[in-house]
Design a protein around this ligand. Structure first.
Ligand code: IVH
Length: 690
């Protein structure tokens, strides 16, 4: 194809694709099949590859992303991005109405619209083309996230001809549909699970709600990942030199005509009572929307009147947001049960009569500790209020005392461990009760074995919590050293429970899984000393401390002989850790465990690293690695250490580099940016040690 015909064809394809995008993502009424759409897009991609000089920065091919934003440029807003005053009470809304009446009389209207729970965005269009997308930032200046915003299909990159001004800004909210959020979060969880993360680590990495997901996504460096997240965007406000209409209502209509996605749920109201009706209606029906809203925004409709009302230091006087209270329901307390963790820490749990709340059935809520039960003054069979804030786990916010039965007994905190019957202890100054029967309390023993086989410890992934529990209950293992004595004959046919409480299932071990289990156990004998030390579950000895101890003492014998003083002399080992280490090895039972593990052939000496060349290229520099990389995170950390660098576990102003992988935690990224920490990719890291 020659240049001129390519130019013509590219023009045609772009317009067609934009039109179909609009019908699909804005109007929700596709005109052609996905297959036909993909064919148009494929043709355009090929043509742009053949004639790169014809590829426009606003071509619909930009939607799939691929652009990397190394650093989000800070840009000053042409019109400051103000926030709204807000209220939770109808009286204050009436006061707002009175203030307006006093200022401009009775002759005005409101527009009530949804308050979308997302991330505010400001888009600039010049001659019908999107040229810039900024986040709110501090209201005066925001981050340039144009590359990422271009992947949002409902945001037009090029407008079809229309009566819009040559330059204008349009503001709105980037958000994620609930169903999409749940799906993506679920996928993320199973991906992490497959990679061997434990439940706590997974919970930490998952997004708490669609809003966090959406705002985390906008700050991703890789726009292809943003594209995969299928964000959406409602627009709700136009700024331009020449007003585009006389009223807000008409400007929303205009925005719709020009091709923007404006929500259908807005209404002109002639009185505050009509506004209240709108508020009540959506409080009742908001669950039926496919996305989260956290309130209603009320704006004076007429622009001239808006101008007359003006602004306070922070907010416009002509608008306010009414926020919905967190969703809350009443249900009945059935009983309080107590969970025992690996360390013996007790967590009280409220078992509730199942109740529907914000789309999910709630049966349990954490009660945290004894003080919380006291604070709620919880009694047996109480009717309680359960609330779901931004978090996934619901909480009990109060008790409906009027519904309490006359002779209901107060809930007294358990005095004994529900699992082993020993007396619970609460140390002074701590909120948590402990079962101190650490050598005989079944969930603690099982918990220690589970920790031992964990991915970051011995990594025996052919075993899981359920098999451990089954083997323990049958008396085949009492501690982690017993794992190494298991035989095929003992294991075949062993039954264990799977499924959950409501849907319990039994499984029995077959030859294939037995072979896998034994192989996993055998392979773990090669796991390096530092991880064996971590696996042993000495209190306060996490991965980093285990590594330090291993590197310093080199063998288990010298570590076991170390005195409190010798331990404190090791860099970054304090009194408390030293005390725990001494205490652990002074215990005869633990000495026997260690002997048994040594006899089974586990690694109890530091081996010189193979395959990692030493250098001091990174001497004096600190690194934090976050996310996933082409090599394992552990190997990356090892590379940092063998090249003289130091791994740290949190972002601080002293951090030299944040090595950012895929799916890194958005909080870390945000903090690093705030503190001006240098953020580097995996490739850039390898450049440093080349
Ligand atoms: S109007 C000056 N309309 O709420 C008027 N804001 O506190 C500016 N928001 O930062 C905002 N839905 O992120 C407006 N329909 C809506 C909204 C909305 C959500 C957010 C927006 C803004 C914050 C105001």
């Amino acid at each position: 194809m020659d240049f001129a015909s390519a130019q013509q064809r590219i023009q045609y394809l772009s317009t067609e694709i934009n039109r179909h995008n609009y019908h699909y993502y804005v109007l929700d009424k596709p005109l052609i099949s996905d297959y036909d759409f993909d064919r148009l897009l494929d043709e355009l991609i090929k043509l742009e590859k053949a004639f790169p000089e014809l590829a426009s920065p606003n071509s619909p091919t930009q939607r799939v992303g691929g652009g990397i934003t190394k650093e989000f440029k800070t840009v000053k807003h042409k019109y400051p991005m103000l926030s709204l005053g807000n209220t939770y009470s109808e009286e204050e809304l009436t006061e707002f109405d009175n203030r307006i009446r006093k200022a401009i009389g009775d002759n005005f209207e409101y527009v009530a619209e949804l308050k979308f729970d997302g991330l505010a965005i400001s888009l600039t269009y010049k001659n019908g083309e999107l040229v810039q997308a900024l986040t709110r930032g501090d209201g005066t200046q925001g981050d340039d996230v144009t590359t990422n915003v271009k992947t949002i299909r409902s945001v037009p990159l090029v407008l079809p001809p229309g009566d819009y001004p040559p330059e204008f800004e349009i503001r709105g909210e980037v958000f994620m549909h609930r169903a999409n959020f749940e799906k993506l979060n679920k996928n993320l969880a199973s991906e992490l699970k497959e990679k061997g993360y434990d439940d706590d680590e997974i919970a930490e990495q998952l997004y708490k709600n669609p809003r966090n997901f959406a705002s985390g996504s906008m700050k991703l460096q890789n726009s292809a990942e943003v594209a995969r997240r299928k964000l959406d965007c409602f627009l709700y406000f136009i700024y331009s030199e020449q007003p585009v209409a006389e009223t807000h209502f008409d400007s929303l209509k205009k925005a719709t005509e020009w091709g923007f996605k404006v929500s259908d749920h807005f209404k002109k109201c002639s009185s505050i009572n009509e506004v209240m009706e709108f508020i009540h209606y959506y409080d009742k029906h908001r669950e039926q929307l496919s996305y989260d809203i956290d309130g209603i925004v009320i704006k004076v409709n007429n622009y001239a009147q808006q101008q007359e009302l003006g602004f306070t230091a922070k907010n416009p006087r002509w608008a306010i947001s009414y926020k919905y209270k967190a969703q809350s329901v009443e249900t009945r307390l059935l009983k309080v049960t107590y969970q025992v963790g690996r360390t013996g820490a007790i967590t009280p749990v409220a078992n509730l009569k199942p109740v529907l709340l914000a789309g999910t059935t709630v049966k349990r809520a954490s009660l945290y500790n004894a003080d919380e039960i006291e604070r709620l003054d919880l009694h047996e069979s109480d009717t309680v209020f359960v609330e779901k804030g931004g978090e996934i786990i619901p909480k009990i916010t109060g008790v409906d005392i009027s519904k309490r039965e006359p002779h209901a007994r107060k809930i007294n905190y358990a005095t004994h461990c529900p699992e082993c019957g020993s007396e619970l202890v609460r140390k002074e100054g701590e909120a948590v009760h402990y079962c101190v029967n650490e050598y005989a309390c079944p969930p603690q023993l099982k918990g220690k074995i589970e920790h031992f086989i964990g991915r970051r410890a011995m990594n025996i992934d052919s075993l899981g919590a359920e098999t451990i529990s089954g083997l323990f209950d049958k008396g085949l293992i009492k501690n982690y050293a017993d794992l190494y004595q298991l035989t095929k004959e003992q294991l075949i046919g062993i039954e264990f429970n799977t499924g959950d409480e409501e849907n319990p299932k039994k499984r029995s071990l077959q030859e294939k899984s037995v072979t896998n289990i034994l192989k996993g156990i055998e392979d773990s004998k090669q796991v390096p000393f530092e991880r064996v030390l971590f696996a042993m579950g000495i209190r306060m000895v996490g991965e980093t401390v285990a590594k330090k101890l291993a590197q310093h003492f080199r063998t288990i014998d010298s570590l076991m002989k170390a005195t409190q003083e010798e331990l404190i002399n090791v860099n970054e080992i304090g009194d408390k850790i030293a005390e725990q280490v001494v205490r652990f090895f002074a215990d005869e039972k633990n000495q026997l465990l260690v002997r048994s593990l040594i006899n089974s052939g586990l690694q109890f000496e530091v081996k010189e690293e193979e395959g990692f060349e030493r250098s001091d290229k990174l001497a004096g520099k600190s690194f934090l690695v976050s996310g996933t990389f082409s090599i394992s995170r552990d190997d990356l950390k090892k590379l940092i250490e063998t090249n003289g660098g130091r791994n740290v576990s949190s972002v601080s102003g002293k951090l030299d580099y944040l090595v950012a992988g895929d799916k890194m935690g958005p909080e870390k990224l945000k903090k690093a940016e705030e503190l001006n920490v240098e953020i580097i990719t995996e490739q850039e890291f390898f450049e440093l040690i080349k």
